[in-house]
Design a binder for this molecule. Structure first.
Ligand code: SF4
Length: 345
C-alpha cells in the first residue's frame, strides 16, 4: 500500500463503490465519505459504527459519515444553480459535498478527491460543462478525479503526477449500465448495493411538500427550518389547517412512535382516549395556535381528524374523547370525525 490517500464521495450506489475499488486497486488508501442530511440517509447517524462495519464487510470500503445538515438546509432556500425536475438542487448539492470533502483533505492527509460520476449519465449534473462548473465552484479543479470516465476528461493532477495510472482508469459515458456491470463482475461484486435510503428531494410528493414548507405555506418554519422539521415532513399523513397550522398523524404504530420521538417542546400531541387511533402532533402549537382566535376551530379539526383515522366500530366512526397535551397544555374534548381531504398536504 502506498502512502497516498484519496477521499471518495460515497453515495452507497454501485458507481461510487466501483470508483472506490478502482482507486484502491492502484494501491491507494481510500477513505469514502458518506454525506448525510435530513433529506438523505440521516438515520445512518444513529448506527454509524454498524454501518461502517457493514460497508467494510460487504464491500471492503472504509467509510466515514459526514453530517452536512448545517448549511444544507439553508442551501435549499436558494440554490445558485437552481433545482432539477423536483426540489433537488443536484448541482449545488455536489458543489457543497465536494467543498466539504476538500476541507476534510488535511484531516486525512489526502492527496486528491474522487467521485463515481459518469459523463452523460444524468441530464443535469453529469454533463461535461456541468462537471466543470462543479469543479470550479467547489474549488476542486485539478484535484478531483472521476475514475469511471477519466479517459474522456483532461488528465488531472493525480494522473499527471503519477499518483494514479491513467491507463487503468475508464472512459464510461452515457446512461447505460453495461460497462459498470462488467466492471463489477471483474471486482467480484455480485451484490449490487442500493443507495441507503435515497434522496427524498427527487421524490415528486415529498419534494413538493418540502418545497411548500420552504415557500412558507406552513405557519412554522418560515424563519428557521430545523432538522426535526424536515424529518417530521416525512412521517405519516400531513395536514395544513387554517392559518398554516401543521398537523401530522401516524398511519401505523411505528409512525406513532416516530411522531412521539419527533415531539419538541411547544408541540401539542393528540390521542384518542376511548379506542385505538393515530397519534397526532400539532407542530409549535404553543406559538402558532395557543391563545389565537382560531384555537378552538383548529383543535376541533385536529381532534376530528384523529377520530376520522382511528379505529372504526362496526364500520362506523362515532365521536370520541381526544386528549390534547404538551408542555403547559392539558385538555380533553369530544370530537366528531372530520373529512381531511381539503387539508391534506
Ligand atoms: S439526488 Fe439528492 S443527494 Fe443526489 S445530488 Fe441530487 S440533491 Fe444531492
Amino acid at each position: 500500500m502506498s502512502e497516498i490517500t484519496a477521499l471518495g464521495l460515497y453515495s452507497g450506489g454501485l458507481d461510487s463503490l466501483l470508483a472506490c475499488r478502482v482507486i484502491a486497486a492502484q494501491g491507494i488508501r481510500v477513505i469514502a465519505l458518506k454525506f448525510v442530511t435530513p433529506f438523505f440517509d440521516h438515520d445512518l447517524l444513529t448506527r454509524e459504527e454498524e454501518f461502517q462495519r457493514e460497508v467494510m464487510r460487504k464491500h471492503g470500503v472504509d467509510v466515514r459519515l459526514v453530517d452536512l445538515s448545517e448549511g444544507y438546509i439553508e442551501l435549499l432556500r436558494n440554490p445558485a444553480h437552481g433545482y432539477g425536475k423536483h426540489f433537488n438542487p443536484c448541482i449545488d448539492c455536489k458543489i457543497f459535498m465536494l467543498t466539504r470533502a476538500r476541507e476534510l483533505m488535511p484531516r486525512y492527509d489526502a492527496s486528491f478527491l474522487f467521485t463515481g460520476e459518469v459523463l452523460g449519465q444524468r441530464p443535469m449534473s453529469q454533463r461535461r460543462d456541468t462537471l466543470r462548473v462543479i469543479e470550479r465552484d467547489s474549488k476542486c479543479e485539478d484535484i478531483l478525479l472521476r475514475p469511471l470516465c477519466a479517459k474522456r476528461l483532461d488528465p488531472t493532477r493525480p494522473e499527471r503526477e503519477g499518483m494514479v495510472d491513467r491507463e487503468k482508469l475508464y472512459g464510461f459515458s452515457g446512461r447505460g449500465r453495461k460497462d459498470q456491470m462488467a466492471l463489477a463482475r471483474e471486482f467480484g461484486i455480485t451484490e449490487y448495493p442500493a443507495p441507503a435510503g435515497g434522496c427524498i428531494l427527487t421524490d415528486p410528493n415529498l419534494g413538493a411538500r418540502i418545497e411548500r414548507f420552504y415557500q412558507g405555506h406552513f405557519a412554522t418554519g418560515r424563519e428557521s427550518i430545523e432538522v426535526g422539521d424536515i424529518k417530521l415532513l416525512q412521517v405519516g399523513r400531513q395536514f395544513l389547517l387554517p392559518g398554516g397550522t401543521w398537523l401530522v398523524l401516524g398511519r401505523k404504530q411505528a409512525e406513532n412512535e416516530r411522531i412521539k420521538k419527533l415531539y419538541e417542546p411547544g408541540d401539542w400531541l393528540l390521542k384518542m382516549e376511548d379506542r385505538p387511533g393515530p397519534t397526532g402532533l400539532l407542530r409549535r402549537a404553543e406559538q402558532t395556535v395557543a391563545g389565537t382566535e382560531q384555537e378552538e376551530e383548529i383543535l376541533r379539526l385536529a381532534a376530528g381528524l384523529v377520530v376520522r383515522y382511528g379505529k372504526k366500530i362496526h364500520g362506523e366512526t362515532p365521536p370520541a374523547t381526544v386528549r390534547i397535551y404538551g408542555e403547559g397544555k392539558e385538555e380533553t374534548m369530544t370530537a366528531h370525525p372530520v373529512d381531511g381531504t381539503d387539508f391534506a398536504c
